[in-house]
Design a protein around this ligand. Structure first.
Ligand code: SIN
Length: 275
């Protein structure tokens, strides 16, 4: 197995066939995952069952409440955009499941069909974003907690507005609200990470909406700076395994008229602690 750092967040893992990994490789991959926060694998040939077996080697699968599942595989969420659809899924900076009090560890997204050009995914490192803040701001953030919710994203009104009906559903289950430290101690790497995101974070606990949006707005534009990010160009057979606690991602919607089909398996995580 060879690791090649992918710019500012993530690493490509070479010379691994994900259909055949033993306990030794799983343990090396776990270490690399903690260090690089997202791992990319090219030229994989996974059936649905092999994708599930791969995910299960790293933890328990979380069955997504909102995404349409692949036929016959409730464990696999389908991330699909057809040529006649305008809206994509995940087209803005976010980290999955921060609205859960025990947020998912991360996801394994496997590319089955990708557009000839476009349809990339951006990743941002929340440990790098935290690291670059001033000592004064780090101190201010350390004691804060933020409120996260699924209501405004997966509720019925939001789904209609997004135009993702038929691919995202179960709006009545969009009732989760969670409170997390604004800076978490990453459960695997021990690094401090900023844990707020533009999609699901609603406000800072005890602050007015105006105060919250001023500080969160600054943290969002800071985190999204190019030096904290990497842009993955997919090929059929590419798999990305990202850590939701350490990264954000953004599926770029720049391939109108083409099809993109991805299969996503999400893994259960743990409650998050502050510094
Ligand atoms: C997602 O947000 O989980 C989807 C990412 C992608 O399709 O690239």
């Amino acid at each position: 197995m060879k690791l090649e750092k992918a710019g500012n967040v993530g690493a490509f893992v070479r010379e691994v066939d994900l259909r055949r990994i033993d306990a030794g490789v799983v343990s090396e991959l776990r270490e690399a995952f903690a260090e690089f926060e997202v791992l990319f694998f090219r030229d994989q040939h996974l059936s649905e069952d092999e994708h599930i077996a791969l995910a299960e080697a790293f933890g328990e699968i979380n069955i997504n409440r909102f995404f349409q599942a692949v036929d016959g595989y409730p464990q696999i969420a389908e991330v699909r955009k057809e040529p006649d659809q305008q809206a994509n899924i995940g087209g803005g900076w976010h980290t999955d499941h921060s609205y859960d009090q025990v947020p998912a560890l991360g996801s394994m997204l496997y590319a089955r069909e990708v557009p000839i050009v476009g349809g990339d995914t951006l990743f941002a490192s929340m440990s790098a974003a935290y690291e670059g803040l001033s000592a004064g701001l780090k101190e201010t953030l350390a004691g804060l907690r933020a409120v996260h919710s699924s209501r405004h994203v997966f509720g019925a009104a939001a789904q209609r507005e997004m135009g993702t009906q038929g691919r995202i559903g179960n709006a009545e289950a969009a009732t989760q609200d969670a409170l997390h430290p604004l800076i978490i101690r990453h459960p695997l790497s021990g690094r401090p990470c900023l844990y707020v995101n533009p999609a699901f974070t609603v406000c800072i606990e005890g602050w007015t909406p105006e105060e919250s949006s001023a500080l969160l707005g600054y943290l969002y534009q800071w985190s999204a700076r190019p030096e904290h990010t990497y842009r993955l160009q997919w090929q059929p057979g590419t798999l990305a395994f990202w850590d939701n606690r350490a990264t954000w991602h953004w599926a770029v919607n720049d391939y109108q008229g083409e099809r993109r089909l991805m299969h996503r398996i999400t893994l259960e995580g743990e409650a998050l602690a502050g510094l």
